[in-house]
Design a protein around this ligand. Structure first.
Ligand SMILES: O=C(O)CCC(=O)C(=O)O
Ligand SMILES: [Fe+2]
Length: 204
């Protein structure tokens, strides 16, 4: 019953093991959320990263932008391109999610999914700089997309949450150690989606 209360929307999976995720739909109202999304999409300095896939360089199927506290610059630039300085809108969102997540973040990664062809493949956010049990606060705007998780040790243990416009998802506990997550491509016609993941990066 507890899971039903946590994922009240139609189509949400139930039975996700406790302590991995907290989903809060409607944290930001639809109207203000859309304005904020437009503002962030237009003002962010978007990059499309390329990654080595076997013997070729492949562009990641989404745009991203990275913002962080200045005192993290000396070590974050090793992992990503040099971060941008916080904007007032991003600082406001950081203050909104921190009391809910119970931690203070020093960085945020923005991902922009232009349509259903944009995605993020199965991965864990388990880089050294994030620590072993990171709390990550993930805000979603725009198109509802499926956020899938699967257990690394048993891929049959798989669940899905629809991340709605204005929702907050907190990833925590063992999620990054024992599970992977993704936003899969969709053959359906899809509007743009903006996602913000607030993180704490430390000197690894
Ligand atoms: O877009 C999302 O909801 C997830 C993004 C993600 O997993 C990441 O940036 O590491
Ligand atoms: Fe992730």
């Amino acid at each position: 019953m507890e899971q039903l209360a946590l994922f009240p929307e139609k189509g949400q999976s139930t039975g996700i093991p406790d302590g991995l995720l907290t989903y809060l739909p409607g944290l930001i109202e639809a109207g203000p959320g859309s304005l904020l999304m437009d503002q962030l999409v237009h003002s962010a300095t978007w990059k499309q990263k390329s990654v080595q896939m076997y013997d070729k360089q492949v562009l990641t199927p989404r745009l991203s932008a990275w913002y962080a506290d200045p005192d993290t610059y000396d070590y974050t630039h090793l992992r990503r391109s040099t971060p941008n300085l916080w904007t007032p809108e991003l600082l406001q969102l950081k203050s909104l999610v921190e009391p809910i997540a119970g931690v203070q973040f020093n960085s945020v990664l923005l991902n922009y999914y232009r349509d259903g062809n944009d995605s993020v493949a199965w991965h864990s956010d388990n880089e050294k700089a994030l620590g072993t049990h990171p709390t990550i606060a993930s805000l979603s705007f725009g198109q509802v997309r499926a956020f899938d998780i699967r257990c690394k040790a048993d891929h049959r243990q798989k669940y899905s949450i629809r991340l709605e416009h204005g929702s907050l998802l907190i990833m925590k506990g063992n999620l990054q150690q024992e599970w992977e997550h993704r936003i899969a491509k969709s053959p359906k016609r899809m509007a743009p989606r903006l996602n913000l993941t607030f993180r704490i990066v430390t000197k690894a």
